[in-house]
Design a protein around this ligand. Structure first.
Ligand code: AMP
Length: 394
């Protein structure tokens, strides 16, 4: 796609506007997994080394145009300051601060409050987004896009703002795109795609796009029950998207025709309630009792998936195999994560949630070939869609 990189801009002493993705898990002001903040450091450090002043625009969660104190970026400013070992200024105001932004000195960083507190950021009306982008463009002379997790969104600070100023992608976006290109152009084979998580609807496009590209597709997580239902199996109280049953039937037929190995779990860990304390039982996947719900793939399936994954030379994984947040239902995800660490080739963990899952389960980033910071963004890229935030940086 030919996006511009940092090295193509003269950064020395520049007044930079940097778009980051600081969408980290946060509860009562305490950050759970700071992966996305850490991922932004490379670009920020380069800008500081070039004596830039940096205004950072970022988002957290989906406040939908309202001020939600629990989604404030104030704790992020503090965390970023700790990671950089320097003060990070914070502005609760997002608009009307042109003078303050332009008065920043070389080496100073100002983080603005959650941009999604403004409805114009995500507005469907181009004119509203443009108005905000025009205002933000007065805060600096150069735009650097580095919020990979938001590049699939046509939002004011991701798309319109980039087009108003000389621009480039930061190191994070450049790195993410390089990995995604490797996954789409000439991947080493066998090529496996492992998908889990709650919703099939999020992943239909990727599965469909991969049918003629991957050699192996393995499905787990809550989305698996729509596939099992499509095979006519009893799925009890498990998650299901009934309106997609016909679609997934077609996907499985196409997979068979194309000779793609399409793995579904043969056993399932079930429980009577969606709760951390629910008693887990393992049953064959065609023996799910009607009063139970599937909350993890079973151990036999996990071993089977792991065996196949380890034979691959390229693997992309998005979405947990079960409710990994509850220890009783985290085994499947752990076995798959372990298998990815043993791939003799390129193993990519895609997405903020999947990344948080592997870290929560005790794995280190360096155990994997690459951990992407953007779930939705990497899935849409792999679906073959054009991403507005990348187009704007070309
Ligand atoms: P997603 O955002 O679609 O990747 O979904 C991630 C979420 O899926 C995690 O919070 C998991 O707890 C959840 N999940 C995984 N497996 C199941 C399951 N069998 N039933 C319900 N939720 C699940």
């Amino acid at each position: 796609m030919g996006i511009k990189s940092l090295s193509q801009l003269n950064l020395q002493n520049a007044k930079v506007i940097l778009r980051c993705d600081f969408n980290v898990p946060i509860k009562d002001g305490v950050i759970g997994d700071a992966g996305r903040i850490v991922a932004s450091l490379s670009t920020i450090k380069k800008l500081l080394a070039a004596n830039c002043s940096v205004v950072i625009i970022a988002h957290l969660g989906r406040p939908k145009g309202e001020v939600k104190p629990e989604l404030s970026l104030a704790p992020i400013a503090k965390k970023l300051g700790e990671l950089l070992n320097q003060e990070v200024l914070f502005s609760p105001e997002i608009t009307g601060i042109s003078d303050k932004a332009r008065a920043l000195k070389s080496g100073q960083i100002l983080l603005l409050e959650n941009i999604r507190f403004l409805s114009s950021e995500t507005s469907k009306e181009e004119s509203e987004r443009m108005k905000l982008a025009n205002e933000l463009s007065t805060y600096g002379d150069i735009y650097i896009g580095d919020g990979f997790g938001a590049v699939h969104r046509k939002h004011a600070s991701v798309y319109e703002l980039a087009k108003l100023l000389p621009h480039a992608a930061g190191d994070l976006i450049s790195g993410e795109v390089a990995v995604l290109e490797q996954l789409t152009k000439n991947p080493s084979r066998p090529y496996g795609v492992v998908l889990g998580g709650a919703k099939v609807s999020d992943k239909i496009g990727v599965i469909s796009n991969f049918l003629d590209k991957a050699n192996l597709i393995a499905i787990g997580g809550g989305m698996v029950f729509t596939f099992l239902a499509a095979q006519g199996k009893e799925i009890g109280k498990s998650l299901v998207e009934n309106d997609l049953i016909d679609t997934v039937k077609e996907l499985m037929i196409r997979a068979e025709k194309l000779g793609v190995k399409f793995l579904l779990p043969i056993d399932i860990v079930v429980a009577s309630e969606f709760s951390a304390d629910s008693l887990p039982t393992t049953v064959d996947s065609d023996q799910i009792p009607s009063d139970q719900m599937g909350l993890d793939i079973g151990p036999k399936s996990a071993e089977n998936f792991a065996l196949e994954i380890k034979l691959c030379k390229t693997v992309f994984w998005n979405g947990p195999m079960g409710v990994f947040e509850f220890t009783n239902f985290s085994y499947g995800t752990k076995v798959i994560a372990q298998a990815l660490t043993q791939v003799d080739g390129m193993a990519v963990v895609g997405g903020g949630d999947s990344a948080a899952a592997v870290r929560k389960l005790g794995f280190a980033d360096k155990d994997f070939g690459y951990i992407s910071t953007g779930g939705g963004a990497s899935l849409e890229y792999l679906e073959g869609k054009e991403l507005p935030g990348l187009i704007a940086l070309s």
